[in-house]
Design a protein around this ligand. Sequence first.
Ligand code: ZN
Length: 224
Amino acid sequence: MRNVNKENALVVFSGGQDSTTCLFWAKKMFKEVEALTFVYGQKHIQEVEAARHIAEIAGVKWDVMDVSFISKLGRNSLTDSSMEMDQEQPVGGVPNTFVPGRNLFFLSIAAVYARERGINHMVTGVGETDFSGYPDCRDAFIKSLNVTLNLAMDEQFVIHTPLMWIDKAKTWAMADELGVLDLVRKETLTCYNGIKGDGCGHCPACKLRREGLEKYLKELGVRN
Ligand code: ZN
């Protein structure tokens, strides 16, 4: 039987607010943590640099995998500069920032990568609370994929989703509890326009992030 280290975890890591919070959550939960970042044709390659830098600060092993082919399979406004980005979720649909198959590809590749290293715990920052209607952020999808991956490779993978049921304000609270609120504020890149930290301030990702932070700081009773 293959040697599986139950104390190690692999984090699917974009360098954004959610996956960075998950990276530090994993560091608390597991003895050893590795982070895997995907290049998928995103317009802002600064994301990858932010991820590399945060992994270095966190002291975790970091790797990057190029899966740019997924942006050629389906059109979306995160990888196609000729498309104008939806600012709101259209009625009865997903915004064009949705990258079809993204989490399916990422987690499937991450599972093969983890298996090769004897890791069976995987962590992803997806959640269905503030999720813009992306179907591959839902709990049912993650659970279903977890079963599929186990069947596909005859393994016992466990996909952890610490943010599944919490909103952005609670994600900020978690970062604070983990002692990385400032790091997440300054070093992560969530903005759809590729600006680190507080971002451009007006894209849907910046709005969601800022509203969550304001709500959390208000709850804390902190004014700034
Ligand atoms: Zn922005």
